[in-house]
Design a protein around this ligand. Sequence first.
Ligand SMILES: Cc1ncc(C[n+]2csc(CCOP(=O)(O)OP(=O)(O)O)c2C)c(N)n1
Length: 325
Amino acid sequence: MAKAKTNTEDYLQMYRQMVRIRTFEDNANQLYLSAKMPGLTHMYSGEEAVAVGICEALTDDDRITSTHRGHGHCVAKGADFRQMFCELLGKEEGYCRGKGGSMHIADQSHGNLGANAIVGGSMGIATGSALRAKLLGQDDVTVCFFGDGATAQGLMYEVMNMAALWSLPVIYACENNGYSEYTKTEEIAAGSITARAEAFGIEAHQVDGQDVMAVNDLTRKLVARARKGEGPFFMELMTYRYHGHHVGDINREYYRSKAEEKEWRENRDPIIRFRAYLVSEGIATEDEIEAMNAAIERDATEAVAYAEAARYPDVSEVDMHVYAD
Ligand SMILES: Cc1ncc(C[n+]2csc(CCOP(=O)(O)OP(=O)(O)O)c2C)c(N)n1
């Protein structure tokens, strides 16, 4: 069972994991800007409390499925910086031997079944994983991360129907960051998002996705109930992405204002908020937090250098891992 997040070390772990995600993304963005990373990537910065609040309520036996904006989920579920940066740079030591890249990292050792470039594409995988747990009599829970844009996919309604009929141990976690590519959520999603799940008799909650403790508290309760066969559940997590849809989406004022971005960054940032809480509660001093931030920055710098120097896979591997044996 995941431990209750009630002691100092648990709080510091949630802070550390959020900073690890932000730091990973800042370094990934630099790799893109310096043309060292092939392709594009979708930054998770701003949404850290969602991935961390949820994954800190899970064990390694619990599983997640992820999205095109997947680095945060991957770090939160326990992934290693070196292997992640190697994957981004197409190196042999990457999680998928460099052949998956940013949008396909999977880390089975920590229960991460993988990112998915198909919007909504992981919903069938997550629900199948929960069906497996039920059929085998295992008590692990699967969390399915997806964005508000994925609620327009028909697959969501097919899997929610099955999950509800069969009481599957799956939690659908909708990260509502207000946008689907360059379109506001209210222009693509009619009515209420939680009502979609409620129509199938699934208990649904809306939670402040910038408040890591609120996310963690709710998730722990739902995970414990899902283990007892009371699932499925649905969470809508209200959050915001700081960068563009992807790293190349620089001039965004035609679809959202700089004032809106500033408001979220300055007044609703999950890391700033939680840091202030830790200091005001006497859980950590400013100096201790600065030392933690600096150690994470060093880890990331070292991992980037490692990945830059690492080997590419041999050309003979090009058709390996394409089909299952
Ligand atoms: C099936 C499918 N349709 C369209 C796309 C192109 N696409 C990539 S990301 C995206 C928007 C997804 O929005 P949302 O689910 O809200 O996630 P966010 O990017 O906001 O995290 C779209 C339409 C795709 N990858 N897959």
